[in-house]
Design a protein. Structure first.
Length: 283
């Protein structure tokens, strides 16, 4: 088995294991936290005079953005959410049913899924395109799925150094959890698209054109009462914590909670998300 296959299987195992379960468990927290980013992504998905009929949401997770866009576009359009995690797709389907929306969800890898050619008018993603083991192949496949008038719009994280909130748990916990994996540059994961030039190269080689990459800083927040849930279930620390003994878990949670104190303002946790807002055209 080659390195790319190992990487793809690793991502599949992560998101169909405890990480996927954690996202479902923290679904309401995450959707609230990233609501400003969702709003920014959706506010310009439709141009005046352009009717978007079919949209693909890549790495849709539990479906919050897919469903929001489905509500925005109405019954004359179809929104399709795709994610590699069975748990998250199941949660998304349940949410669509509860909201009586005809939104479709697919459990698959966007890099390898066999799309009908030229079937989408718009491809979007909120933090869902950074996990491909071969991002050029993935964006080629997405270009195959897009018609010639289509746009691709996504938001991805900038660097770890520009997002100290997202690194706070790992940095605080590492002395107590030396087995925490180090983040390697350009590896599939949260900060894989930190380099603007790398994004541009991936999209150009993937067959996209007229690419615009904009640095944005977005203030996000969630309730302070949810902070312990966030730090104990999300990210690399959240994945490794259940494997520790009770004494270690308690020490890590106390240490990590202290590291977030500067982000607590009253009953809210507030931080700035440093991101890229990317738009590309099929032609």
């Amino acid at each position: 088995m080659n390195a790319e296959s190992n990487s793809a299987n690793e991502q599949k195992n992560i998101w169909n294991g405890d990480a996927g379960s954690a996202w479902v468990e923290t679904q309401q927290l995450v959707e609230h936290m990233f609501k400003p980013i969702e709003s920014l992504l959706l506010e310009d998905v439709c141009h005046p005079g352009q009717a978007v009929k079919k949209v693909l949401d890549v790495g849709c997770g539990t479906g919050g953005t897919t469903l929001a866009l489905s509500r925005q576009l109405g019954a004359n359009s179809l929104c399709v959410g795709l994610d590699i995690s069975r748990q998250m797709i199941a949660a998304a389907e349940a949410a669509a049913q509860a909201q009586t929306l005809a939104t479709r969800f697919i459990c698959a890898d966007a890099q390898t899924y066999v799309f009908a050619p030229a079937s989408f008018d718009l491809i979007i993603s909120r933090f869902g395109v950074m996990f491909f083991d071969d991002p050029i192949a993935a964006f080629k496949n997405l270009r195959h799925a897009a018609n010639d008038q289509a746009e691709c719009k996504f938001i991805a994280w900038r660097s770890a150094d520009e997002n100290p909130f997202m690194m706070a748990a790992e940095r605080a916990a590492r002395p107590l959890l030396p087995q925490l994996p180090e983040r390697a540059q350009d590896e599939p994961g949260q900060f894989a698209f930190a380099d603007q030039e790398r994004i541009l190269d991936i999209l150009l080689q993937g067959g996209w054109s007229k690419i615009r990459i904009e640095a944005i800083d977005i203030v996000c927040s969630f309730a302070e009462q949810d902070l312990l849930l966030y730090l104990s279930r999300m990210g690399p620390v959240g994945r490794i914590l259940p494997q520790q003994d009770e004494v270690t878990r308690k020490r890590v949670i106390e240490t990590v909670r202290d590291a977030f104190e500067s982000y607590v303002l009253g009953d809210q946790v507030i931080f700035t998300a440093a991101c890229w807002k990317v738009t590309a055209h099929a032609q």
